[in-house]
Design a protein. Structure first.
Length: 144
């Protein structure tokens, strides 16, 4: 069955499998670390973007205004990615695990900062193993 799938469909199946595992972990009170979630989220948008471009260029001949439209689509795709990234990282009290680029692993905890740089609160999540953490905030360190 996998021989009949092209590269994009294999990647989409991989992303779907990651998402299903993430949902199962959420119901168990666990989650992947933010590093894996960020990589998954970023690569999903990158693959989706390249897939749409490849479909577009297979069906069209080259013209100059296609380059202009391609440039505008890059800006639009980056804007959509940025808005979704901000909405996932700054949403409070949701079941969605934190997707955050600034997280750090310190000892047995994952540290996720929130807020502006000088006044920054930090949430600490306990690690179960190097790639899985508990969703419950172990303790919170408030900024100024």
């Amino acid at each position: 069955m996998l021989k009949q799938l092209n590269g994009f469909k294999k990647l989409y199946l991989f992303f779907l499998a990651f998402f299903v595992i993430e949902v199962i972990l959420v119901f168990l009170g666990l989650s992947f670390t933010p590093l894996l979630s960020c990589l998954w989220f970023d690569f999903l948008f990158l693959v989706l973007f390249f897939h749409l471009w490849s479909i577009f260029y297979k069906k069209r001949e080259f013209k100059f205004f296609h380059l202009i439209l391609q440039f505008l689509s890059v800006i639009l795709a980056f804007f959509i990615w940025f808005i979704l990234q901000v909405s996932f990282t700054d949403s409070a009290n949701t079941i969605i695990p934190p997707i955050h680029h600034n997280s750090e692993i310190r000892g047995n905890y994952v540290e996720i900062p929130h807020g502006a740089i000088p006044i920054r609160s930090r949430d600490y999540y306990e690690l179960v193993n190097p790639i899985i953490m508990k969703l419950e905030v172990k303790y919170r360190e408030d900024g100024w």
